[in-house]
Design a protein around this ligand. Structure first.
Ligand SMILES: C[S@@+](CC[C@H](N)C(=O)[O-])C[C@H]1O[C@@H](n2cnc3c(N)ncnc32)[C@H](O)[C@@H]1O
Length: 179
C-alpha cells in the first residue's frame, strides 16, 4: 500500500527493517525501535548501503513500550513486527523481557488498523526467553476473538528450542468496536 505505516519493534541488525523499507510505498513510513545504540548504528549503515530513503525510516533509540511518543496523535498502524531475544553478534545478556514485551504488544495491538497485522517471532532458548514465551502465550490466548485472530506457526521437526511465530490480525467488527 502506498501509505503504509509500519513498526519494527526490535530493530537489531536491521534485517527486518531493510526488507520492509524496500517494500514501502512512496508515502509509507517505518518506525524502528531498539534500546541499543549499537543496533541503531548497524542498521543505519545497512539502510544507507541499500540506498533506502532516510526520510521514510525513523530509527528510534528507545524502548518499544514508548511507540506512542513517536507517532502522530491518532496515527494507526498497518503492520508491526517483533523479533524477540538478543542482538545477533551483540551482548547476549541484553534481551527482550516479559514485562516490557507484554506492555508493548498490548499497546501495539491497540494501534493496529482494522485488518492490520502483528507478527511476533519468539526465540525462547535463552535465559529469560521461557518466562517471556509463557507470559506472552497466556496473554495472547485470552484476547477476545471478536477483535483479534491469533494464529501460531511452528516447526515440528526441529530439536532444542526452535523459534515460532504468532500472527495476529485485528478484526474489523463494526458491531463490537473496541474503542
Ligand atoms: C533478536 S534481535 C532483533 C533482530 C532484528 N529484527 C534483525 O532483523 O536483525 C532483538 C533486539 O531487541 C532489542 N530490544 C530488547 N529490548 C527492547 C525494548 N524494550 N525495546 C526495543 N528493543 C528492544 C535488542 O536490543 C535486540 O537488538
Amino acid at each position: 500500500m502506498p501509505e503504509s505505516r509500519v513498526i519494527d519493534a526490535t530493530l537489531g541488525n536491521g534485517q527486518d527493517s531493510l526488507k520492509i523499507a524496500q517494500r514501502l510505498g512512496a508515502k509509507g513510513h517505518l518506525y524502528s525501535f531498539d534500546i541499543q545504540a549499537e543496533a541503531i548504528e548497524r542498521s543505519r549503515e545497512l539502510l544507507k548501503e541499500a540506498k533506502i530513503d532516510p526520510s521514510q525510516v525513523s530509527l528510534i533509540h528507545d524502548s518499544h513500550i514508548y511507540f506512542k511518543n513517536y507517532l502522530a496523535p491518532e496515527e494507526k498502524i498497518d503492520f508491526i513486527i517483533y523479533n524477540l531475544g538478543y542482538l545477533p553478534r551483540g551482548d547476549k545478556s541484553i534481551t527482550t523481557v516479559a514485562k516490557s514485551t507484554l506492555k508493548s504488544v498490548e499497546i501495539g495491538l491497540s494501534l493496529l488498523k482494522p485488518y492490520g497485522m502483528m507478527v511476533i517471532a519468539v526465540y525462547h532458548g535463552h535465559e529469560t526467553g521461557k518466562e517471556e514465551r509463557d507470559q506472552l502465550a497466556q496473554y495472547l490466548s485470552t484476547l477476545d476473538q471478536q477483535h483479534y485472530h491469533v494464529f501460531r506457526q511452528q516447526f515440528i521437526n526441529q530439536k532444542n528450542h526452535p523459534p515460532f511465530l504468532y500472527l495476529i490480525e485485528r478484526a474489523y467488527n463494526p458491531a463490537a468496536p473496541i474503542e
